[in-house]
Design a protein around this ligand. Structure first.
Ligand code: M6R
Length: 359
């Protein structure tokens, strides 16, 4: 039931702070010990490479997961689009471990990969929102997102829950592998800060509604740009905008724009820089200025400690690798309000189904 909300998508965006709190409750006990199965952790520790597989938004969550897994477990990690992996399987090492990200647990492209993985007897984990779903039943292990039903076709809370679970898994495995960097990661506290930060962002809806009206409702195209994890969030931000508001959008590595795509920038094209990483903030700012010099409406989603005069939307500071949990939310809301102000059916975009059960 969507209660007083006009659309499920807005309700689901608003639920994100609570989903974070629930995950902390579920995976950390009062003493800060973590509840992640030993068999699962040992299987991952025993592997020589982690493969994260997913489609659409779940794939984008995997791109952040890769950074988390590599930093905290020290195990090389690759992320693949499931429909590509299914028929172009890369050369695998001796002991791969597979992580399937799927909100529904029913995506045919991802299942096709799992079927092949099972044929080769490799261990696997499905991270899903739906207990007893096909991919959950067929994988060796399951971790549940506990995000509550996601009804809107556009995935929002599943993305943030998938990132949070991958952080939990990465820390747990890293600690079991005795890695200092994992022991030092105060994830329980950080996820608490994330929940509070999310809350403050969703309370700024009016501001984002204004941004949507001013820059996006009449736009033919838009760009999100960033570097590192900000680039991965750009991909997700652009997907949201395309999917529900039918504005053609691209997520771009900000340094790559000048190698061709900048030719598309016209007077008034919205270009949003996602700027949360200290070491690349200055670079993305200058890439953004290059687009402004060609007529773009340059906008920013910036973390507090990197904010300057003239930034468009400031998000609170949290651990750098966890910032996608916050930076994606203004982008989800920009897509929502653009769609709403265009009078579209936000929850049921054309040509799409919630769960894609054909290859
Ligand atoms: O249920 P899944 O996570 O496996 O679904 C994967 C994609 O179909 C899904 O994330 C899709 O991209 C969303 N509609 C995006 O908002």
């Amino acid at each position: 039931d969507k209660g007083t909300y006009p659309y499920y998508m807005l309700k689901e965006i608003d639920e994100q702070p609570n989903v974070m709190r629930k995950l902390v409750k579920k995976y950390f006990d009062a003493d800060g010990n973590m509840n992640v199965g030993c068999g699962l952790m040992d299987n991952i520790l025993d592997s020589d490479r982690i493969y994260i597989v997913g489609a659409g938004t779940s794939y984008h969550a995997g791109l952040v997961g890769k950074e988390l897994m590599e930093k905290y477990t020290g195990i090389p990690t690759e992320v693949h689009v499931s429909s590509e992996f299914a028929y172009e399987e890369p050369l695998l090492p001796k002991k791969p471990f597979f992580i399937f990200l799927t909100q529904s647990g029913e995506t045919a492209d991802s299942r096709e990969v799992l079927v092949n993985v099972n044929k080769q007897h490799f261990p696997s984990l499905t991270i899903t929102n739906v207990a007893n779903s096909t991919l959950s039943r067929e994988a060796t292990y399951t971790m549940l997102l506990n995000a509550g039903p996601e009804i809107s076709v556009a995935s929002t809370k599943a993305y943030t829950a998938q990132i949070a679970i991958q952080a939990i898994l990465a820390k747990a495995v890293g600690m079991r592998g005795n890695r200092q960097v994992a022991k030092d990661f105060d994830l329980g506290r950080q996820l608490g800060l994330v929940a509070t930060g999310m809350q403050s962002i969703v309370e700024e809806k009016d501001k984002i509604d204004e941004i949507a009206k001013k820059y996006f409702v009449n736009a033919k195209q838009a760009f999100y740009i960033g570097r590192g994890v900000d680039y991965t969030v750009s991909l997700e931000a652009a997907l949201k905008l395309k999917e529900i508001s039918y504005v053609h959008a691209e997520g771009f590595a900000s340094g790559e724009l000048k190698h061709g795509t900048i030719a598309l920038i016209e007077k008034g094209t919205p270009v949003i820089g996602i700027i949360t990483q200290k070491k690349t903030a200055g670079l993305t700012h200058s890439n953004l200025e290059e687009t402004a010099a060609r007529g773009a409406n340059a906008l920013t989603i910036v973390r507090q400690s990197l904010a300057q005069d003239g930034d468009t939307f400031v998000i609170p500071d949290v651990d750098e690798l966890l910032t996608p949990l916050l930076s994606v939310i203004p982008a989800q809301l920009i897509a929502y309000y653009t769609s709403l102000n265009k009078g579209l059916n936000v929850d049921r975009p054309r040509n799409l189904a919630k769960s894609v059960t054909v290859e």
